[in-house]
Write a protein that binds this ligand. Structure first.
Ligand SMILES: NC(=O)c1ccc[n+]([C@@H]2O[C@H](COP(=O)([O-])OP(=O)(O)OC[C@H]3O[C@@H](n4cnc5c(N)ncnc54)[C@H](O)[C@@H]3O)[C@@H](O)[C@H]2O)c1
Length: 357
């Protein structure tokens, strides 16, 4: 596969529209497909609004905005993507649906084109069953809003060819994304530790140690963040958060969703966060910070042992996608030789195995 110039995107919802805006703004032609013409219109309107804002902020000229808009073609029929160099799938998170889409793409899209999924929680190995040539298939996990967030996890499936990964990386860099290379493991590189981090906040609340506002404040101090986990969960939606945490459950007892998250996520209720939390005493505050650090470093160490992602990639993602000022790598370096026994004791306290530490 030479350079990627025409990108097909199936699913024009939140993510598909964002990926389309990113690609058309980076000089690529996009064929955007959705089963709903209304959704396609909404995606085009979102692009127009984005481009108008870029012009009003003097980031691009009106001619450049017009050129980006002209690079978009929309269709309700998948055959419109026949000549694409790359197709990114961004339909609902449902395995059967995604397999149907890929079985269709398998027949429609040129055999040398790359196929990618933006799945958050499904295994690439399962989706790839629908393909006659799984070696041309990989994961591209964008973060919302995809037109702005600089990070994309590039996931190597069990059969992905090295040449496909190299071309996919080239494409992502061409669209000004920072690539986090990782393997096909639940939570990939970044949700693997971000989900346990927010889940740990709910464990603390369930235990009655502190309030949501106090826990958020401790998390902000632990990682140098602008927002704590409860505030972030309210933006993502507690139901989505519960779903993402559940996706990690098969990795061991430590990853099981906290009871409070099960309850709050069941009907997508937001957390009540007090505006001015009372200050905690030093010992309690430090205990919360230590737990947050453990809840991030345990999965990070497991990932490194498994080979899911390197510490360098994890740190880059933590900084750029989640805005961690104190990255996992820096925190591990601070703990030095004390890290392993500390994390082993933490894992054991949860009945979690320590073999990957
Ligand atoms: N929303 C996020 O923050 C986020 C982040 C990363 C990854 N993801 C993943 O991206 C994917 C899409 O998520 P979303 O939030 O954009 O969903 P969404 O509900 O906003 O959009 C999904 C779109 O798929 C379309 N669709 C469904 N079946 C189709 C079919 N057969 N043919 C063509 N189009 C079809 C729907 O009409 C809809 O417009 C999911 O796999 C999700 O897990 C989401």
């Amino acid at each position: 596969m030479s350079r990627i110039q025409t990108v097909g995107i199936v699913g024009a919802g939140t993510m598909g529209a964002g990926i389309m805006i990113n690609c058309t703004s980076s000089g690529l032609d996009v064929v955007l497909v959705d089963r709903s013409a209304e959704v396609l219109d909404a995606a085009q309107a979102k692009q127009a609004k984005y481009l108008a804002r870029q012009v009003s902020k003097d980031r691009i000229t009106q001619d450049e905005a017009d050129a980006a808009a002209a690079r978009l073609t929309t269709a309700t029929d998948s055959t419109a993507m026949a000549e694409c160099d790359l197709v990114i799938e961004a339909v609902f998170e449902n395995l059967d649906l995604k397999k149907n889409i890929f079985a269709e793409l398998d027949m429609i899209v040129r055999p040398d084109a790359i196929l990618a999924t933006n799945t958050s929680c499904l295994r690439l190995a399962d989706i790839a069953e629908a393909l006659t040539d799984p070696s041309r298939f990989c994961g591209m996990h964008y973060f919302s809003p995809a037109e702005i967030n600089p990070v994309v996890e590039l996931i190597e499936g069990p059969r992905t060819r090295p040449g496909v990964l190299a071309a996919a990386k080239g494409f992502l860099e061409q669209t000004k994304k920072t690539v986090i290379a990782c393997k096909d493991q639940n939570g990939f590189a970044l949700n693997r530790f971000f989900c346990p981090y927010s889940n740990e906040a709910v464990h603390m609340l369930d235990e009655g140690i502190a309030t949501t506002g106090q826990i958020d404040a401790a998390a902000r101090a632990a990682f140098g963040l602008a927002m704590g986990p409860f505030a972030v969960m309210n933006i993502i939606g507690t139901a989505t958060n519960l779903n993402a945490v559940r996706n990690l459950s098969s990795l061991g007892p430590f990853y099981a969703p906290a009871k409070g998250l099960e309850m709050q996520g069941a009907d997508n209720s937001p957390w009540q966060i007090e505006e001015t939390p009372a200050p905690l005493d030093d010992a309690t505050r430090q205990a919360l910070i230590d737990r947050f650090v453990n809840s991030v470093l345990l999965p990070v160490c497991e990932e490194m042992t498994e080979g899911t992602a390197t510490l360098e990639a994890i740190d880059t993602g933590a900084r750029l996608a989640f805005r961690f000022e104190h990255t996992p790598g820096a925190l591990l370096a601070e703990l030095g030789e004390g890290a392993r026994p500390r994390l082993a004791a933490f894992a054991a306290s949860r009945g979690h195995p320590t073999d990957k530490l």
